[in-house]
Design a protein around this ligand. Structure first.
Ligand code: SAM
Length: 297
């Protein structure tokens, strides 16, 4: 038991008095989970990683004081970052995940039988090691011969990747500060466009619809178009443990329309999923009016 004190970089966030609290100071809100024990902590070269046992959400992973995932609700995020993009692409064979070190996204991608190879590039090996120990369900597909795990900077990896070599590129990153800052820059998106084949789909986690529609999401969509993508779609979905309890992914298409998807195949697939359905995908594409207004679309 490493105790319940907060880590050196946790700032306002802490696990005092049996509750882990993440404060979203700029939004005047916070989120707490009742925790019983700190199971693990490590300062990696990139970030401060903690794992807690919670009272009702299973294990909790925290990076630099920010909640990354819990056993109980990570299916929402992992299914929505993987399946809309994979069912939007006409025939995804080559998939790359930047970030995603917990391996939950990788597991979802590998459910698609047509996928021939998935490379995951996370900057921080400690995230994957912690997932292996404390989130065994997320790493259960890591031995799939189609999966390749690399530990490197995603910005650098994309810089060095071949033109027209990837079908679906998934940016499953932390927030746009620290090591993930470069993953939200126009230059990076231009390189993503270059490495995708025509018909390729980029998907990026894009923060809270409630808190960030008029800022991060709007800028990301603008930058995706600047980078050469022809179509853009932001899909909101619930995520109780993230700021505002609501999250989003944004898809961008290279010579393809990301507002349509392979509905017949999605409906016929027999993946054992807990959130993603054809109807959930269609519903997520129907942007609420407040978002449309803030996104200036
Ligand atoms: N679901 C989470 C969320 O939205 O907050 C993200 C989960 S995942 C654990 C995020 C990963 O992005 C981390 O493991 C982190 O190491 C990785 N990451 C951050 N910057 C990166 C970079 N430049 N290249 C590769 N991976 C990066």
């Amino acid at each position: 038991d490493a105790g319940l004190d907060s880590g050196p970089d946790a700032g306002l966030n802490s696990a005092d008095s049996g509750w882990f609290t993440e404060v979203f100071d700029s939004h005047g809100s916070a989120f707490s989970l009742k925790v019983s024990e700190k199971l693990h902590e490590v300062q990696s070269p990139y970030q401060y990683l903690e794992v807690y046992a919670t009272a009702t959400f299973g294990h909790l992973m925290v990076l630099d004081g920010c909640v990354m995932l819990t056993d109980r609700d990570n299916f929402l995020y992992h299914e929505m970052i993987a399946h809309p993009a994979l069912f939007t692409h006409a025939d995804p064979k080559r998939v790359v995940i930047i970030g995603g070190g917990d391996c939950g996204t990788l597991r979802e991608v590998l459910r698609h039988p047509g996928v021939e190879k998935v490379t995951q590039i996370d900057i921080d090996e400690e995230v994957t090691r912690a997932s292996e120990r404390f989130f065994p369900a997320l790493v259960e597909s890591n031995d799939d011969p189609r999966a390749e795990l690399r530990f490197d900077d995603g910005v650098k990896w994309i810089e060095e990747a071949d033109d027209d070599s990837i079908d679906v590129l998934i940016i499953d990153s932390t927030d746009p500060v620290g090591p993930a800052e470069g993953l939200f820059k126009t230059d990076f998106l231009r390189r993503c466009h270059r490495v995708l084949r025509p018909g390729g789909v980029l998907v990026q986690q894009s923060e809270s619809p409630l808190y960030h529609s008029g800022s991060i999401i709007r800028e990301l969509r603008h930058d995706m178009r600047e980078a050469g993508f022809d179509s853009v779609a932001t899909l909101p979905f619930p995520q109780p443990v993230y700021p505002s309890g609501w999250w989003s992914v944004t898809l961008a298409g290279k010579a393809t329309d990301v507002a349509t998807f392979r509905e017949v195949e999605a409906a016929a697939s027999e993946m054992p999923l807990d959130y993603y359905t054809v109807e959930a995908h269609r519903g997520a594409l129907a942007l609420p009016p407040f978002m449309r207004r803030l996104l200036n679309d």
